[in-house]
Design a protein around this ligand. Structure first.
Ligand SMILES: C[S@@+](CC[C@H](N)C(=O)[O-])C[C@H]1O[C@@H](n2cnc3c(N)ncnc32)[C@H](O)[C@@H]1O
Length: 274
């Protein structure tokens, strides 16, 4: 294990904790759909909505084989597979997340179209040009060697294929307030600036088709979520299940980081020249 996967790994029994929380809320686990898990397994700002934007940008079909670099608990993979009918391979550094991702796919009837393997997004071991589309969402902040990450995405993608990077970037407002949901402190946090991203992606060989800054929407998303929780109470399972006691502080810091422009959220849609 390394420092990054240590941060994401809880005291164990994550799957059991998710199951008990769903049972306690009276959710019928025999009829579970991917969307029912979104509050715990779409582990990025703007949740399932952001995944659906990526789905559009990747122009997926039922025949597409997609690679998710840093797939977490597999929520994005299941959403893409369910909505587009495609197959998705997720690679993630944290063994516990891969195990739970596989189990959640079984619970939601998605194991035929999603699979998860433990690995490093900068060196997946997958064959060159073996996937039709690739994405990485809220992962690059944990990876200091970003040229290696984007080079790997480029290598595994077939010519003409699309790649989306949706990440938290360093803003102009100063140092990030920690802890945040991806790091306890700056020792495992390496957010790139917009200017750096504009160099990294073309340097890896990609044509950048579009760049969409969603920082304002991200702030609005947190505010809407807070209002909903005040109105209806929290969803049955949330990121707190694995982020633990620091979750409230992390959320407050994320709101402050966005409001003070210490972070920004940006989606880059790229293609590999045919
Ligand atoms: C904030 S979570 C995002 C998970 C997922 N992309 C999502 O949006 O739901 C970050 C994930 O990146 C993974 N990760 C961090 N560094 C990685 C690396 N070098 N290779 C693969 N996965 C990595 C972590 O294990 C964690 O699951």
């Amino acid at each position: 294990m390394n420092q990054v996967s240590d941060f994401y790994t809880g005291p164990g029994k994550l799957l059991a904790a998710i199951g008990s929380a769903l049972d306690a809320a009276g959710v019928d686990r025999t009829a579970l759909r991917p969307v029912d898990l979104a509050a715990v397994d779409e582990f990025h700002i703007r949740g399932r909505r952001a995944t659906l934007e990526i789905l559009e940008a990747l122009a997926l079909t039922a025949n597409s084989h997609v690679l998710d670099l840093g797939s977490g608990l597999g929520g994005p993979a299941r959403t893409l597979a369910e909505v587009a009918g495609c197959t998705v391979t997720g690679v993630d550094l944290t063994p516990e997340f891969c195990e739970v991702a596989g189990a959640l796919s079984e619970w939601t009837g998605m194991s035929g179209r999603t699979r998860f393997r433990v690995g490093d997004a900068t060196a997946t071991g997958l064959p060159a040009e073996s996937v039709d589309a690739a994405l990485t969402m809220h992962v690059a902040m944990n990876i200091p060697d970003k040229p290696a990450l984007y080079a790997e995405a480029f290598r595994v993608l077939r010519p003409g294929g699309r790649f989306v990077a949706y990440d938290v970037l360093q803003g102009e407002g100063g140092e990030v307030h920690y802890p945040v949901p991806w790091a306890a402190d700056s020792s495992t946090s390496f957010p790139a600036t917009l200017e750096e991203m504009r160099k990294f992606l073309p340097a890896a060989g990609f044509d950048v088709i579009s760049e969409l800054d969603s920082t304002e929407e991200s702030l609005a998303w947190f505010q809407k979520m807070r209002a909903k929780i005040q109105r209806e109470g929290p969803p049955p399972v949330t990121f707190a299940t694995f982020l633990g006691d620091s979750f409230a502080q992390m959320t407050a810091n994320q709101v402050a980081n966005l409001a003070e422009r210490r972070i920004r959220t940006v989606m880059f849609v790229c293609s590999k020249p045919a």
